[in-house]
Design a protein around this ligand. Structure first.
Ligand SMILES: Cc1ncc(COP(=O)(O)O)c(C=O)c1O
Length: 460
């Protein structure tokens, strides 16, 4: 039987024993899920945990929603898969409903089964759309430095995440990366709006030096990623980006894998800026993770050559699976019927009403975000932004203590491993299902405040 040995250097909360020994490489926390209901997860002993981060910012509906289960079960009764030569009416129904909620003329959808596939598809679509328009030399996809867009080789290439980059570097596409908008290096006396335009200017430089004739698209998430996760740029940033894209015939791809389907209080986050992308990627909240699903929406303008028969060299066996389409249709109806966008805005405000109390903690360097997407940035010392010593296991201890307080929190590649290059803290995600009630929000936040104090007593 395998045990966690010092040679593997596994954090103490990991337990690769028994059946888990056969699960490749990735081992569970000490708590094992037995069931989930609403905004809660229950373990085998009946202990209850808030799904504080909504899985990886992905569970937008309540767990165990009867309507979602019924819609998927009904689809199971009819058919679960069809050969591509036979039309699947659920796919048409989902794409029609999706076109009702996507901004502007993003009216045509290519269906996939997850976020990485969606981004990979968007990259290939941008390339082929440029070819179809006679721009055969346009193939480079410019993206943000320190972002995250997925785990396939193509999406890792555009992610430019320093933690994973070094492992795969020679295999990844070498396309330009530009800085994100950040409030952390905004010069004194410069407004957010002015700084937004300055930061966007990095894209124009990148296009200029890469060669405008070679750049097919710019790909980015609406809010910041990596060290700047959930940093929301001013409108000026996205407006300037759109203008630069238009000036150089560069397509704009918005990666809404996390922000789509209500997470920020609107169906899609780019609506906040009134800026329309040419291509938009979606996954996670699209089915609230009831089944694997994802989509890429394409504007009518970009779709013209494909509609006229220009071949898109692409496709996945599981892309647009009927169970995904059934889940996606019902999810849109549930968000509308249960007014979850409205609830997201109300509960988002409630979560952010705890901002000052959170910031009064010695380790909370920043509190930021929008809708039901709050990020706390944790450091050892707010003045110097120094991080905890490795020996303290601050991040692992945080998760273990959160569980003790009935809070299941998402952990990611960001954080301790990034120091000292970034001199920034660990982002902690507060992004529960959009259905959370006022009472649940208060209980979750009070538990979080209590556990923060206990954690600080242990790590400071
Ligand atoms: C912005 C963004 N794009 C793409 C992905 C990849 O999605 P998936 O994990 O479903 O492949 C993620 C995952 O976290 C993401 O945050």
């Amino acid at each position: 039987m395998a045990t966690a040995t010092a040679t593997h250097n596994l954090p103490r909360t990991l337990r690769p024993e028994g059946d888990w020994h056969h699960a490749f490489s990735y081992h569970p926390m000490d708590v094992e899920i037995a069931r989930a209901e609403g905004v809660h997860i229950y373990d085998r002993d009946g202990n209850r945990y808030f799904d504080v981060s909504g899985g990886p910012m992905a569970v937008n509906l309540p767990h165990n929603h009867p309507r979602m289960k019924r819609a998927i079960a009904e689809q199971l009764e009819h058919y679960t898969y069809t050969h591509p030569s036979i039309a699947d009416p659920k796919r048409a129904e989902f794409c029609r409903l999706l076109a009702e909620i996507t901004p502007a003329d993003l009216d045509h959808a290519f269906l996939v089964s997850g976020g990485s596939e969606a981004v990979e598809t968007a990259i290939k679509l941008a390339r082929q759309a440029q070819m179809a328009r006679g721009n055969r030399d346009k193939y480079k996809i410019v993206s943000h430095r320190d972002a995250y867009h997925g785990m396939t080789l193509g999406t890792l290439g555009v992610s430019h995440n320093p933690v994973v980059q070094s492992a795969f570097e020679p295999m990844l596409p070498k396309w330009p990366h530009v800085r994100q908008y950040s409030d952390f290096d905004r010069p004194e006396g410069t407004s957010r709006e002015e700084w937004g335009v300055e930061c966007a200017g990095a894209l124009e430089y990148a296009i200029h030096y890469a060669g405008p004739k070679t750049v097919a698209a710019f790909l980015a998430t609406p809010h910041g990623c990596g060290a700047d996760y959930a940093c929301v740029p001013p409108d000026s940033y996205w407006r300037a980006i759109r203008e630069i894209c238009d000036r150089y015939d560069v397509l704009l791809i918005a990666d809404e894998v996390v922000t789509g389907f209500g997470r920020t209080g609107k169906w899609f986050a780019m609506e906040h800026f009134s800026v329309d992308a040419d291509i938009m990627t979606m996954a996670k909240g699209i089915s609230s993770c009831y089944v694997p699903f994802g989509a890429v929406s394409v504007s009518s303008r970009i779709n013209v050559p494909f509609e006229q028969g220009f071949p898109f060299v692409h496709g996945y066996t599981f892309g647009g699976h009927p169970l995904g389409c059934a889940a996606g249709c019902e999810l849109i109806h549930v968000i509308r019927d249960e007014k979850l966008l409205e609830n997201c805005n109300a509960q988002g405000e409630r979560v952010f009403s705890y901002r000052d109390e959170l910031l009064s903690h010695p380790t909370v360097a920043d509190v930021r975000g929008w809708g039901l997407m709050m990020v706390l940035e944790l450091v050892k010392d707010k003045e110097t932004m120094a991080f905890f010593d490795k020996s303290v296991d601050a991040q692992e201890l945080f998760q273990a203590m959160a569980l003790k307080h009935g809070l299941a929190m998402y952990s990611s590649l960001y954080g301790a491993a990034r120091q000292p290059a970034f001199a920034r803290g660990v982002p902690i995600w507060i992004s529960p299902p959009l259905s959370i009630s006022s009472e649940e929000t208060d209980e979750m936040m009070l538990r979080l405040l209590a556990m923060l104090s206990e954690w600080e007593a242990a790590v400071l």
